[in-house]
Write a protein that binds this ligand. Sequence first.
Ligand code: E4P
Length: 217
Amino acid sequence: MKFFVDTGDFDEIKKLNETGLVDGVTTNPSLIKQSGKDFIPLIKDICKIVDGPVSAEVAATDYETMIKEGRKLSKIADNIAVKVPLTPAGLRVCKELSDDGIMVNVTLCFSANQALLAAKAGATFISPFIGRLDDIGLNGMDLIGDIAQIYDNYGFDTQILAASIRSPSHVLLCAKIGADVATMPPKTIWQLYNHPLTDKGLDAFVKDWAATGQSIL
Ligand code: E4P
């Protein structure tokens, strides 16, 4: 399972990248706003330090402008995945860019039928939003399961990029279902490391080692 960081915070991306466990980055207009940075230079900087796919989202909603924005974004670096919304115009852009060998991440997916359309449009990634479905009383995880089954039925190459993840238990359930990627806020990635028994056990080992008076180096 691949881990992407879902943030526009360059320092957080840098720190997490140093763990060696980060496979890519996703951003969206709200995260760019939160970062307070200029979009294009920020994406350029991220692409310089992250080897895997970096999702950069178009801002327009009409086909003509989206396709121009998508082509411009795709030229920033080889590892750009152009992010487009799951609308008829967005999927038209997806098909065109995908046919040209450009990675495309189709975002704002809330139903399995939408995911089916994105796969048919050649999307590299489909981003179903788990947390936002949970927020309105639906079960986001059921959507991940449905998409996995449908993609499996037809052998689609589109990768399931579980998005809007709010907790480590979301990550666990996605991994059990077999989502290809989980994109998470930095905080959730750091939370994955935690277990009280790890801390307790390590404290005891450190104390006992000190009591031996030995040194490895
Ligand atoms: C995915 O690419 C989105 O950026 C993100 O996961 C949305 O998450 P949110 O619902 O927490 O805003």
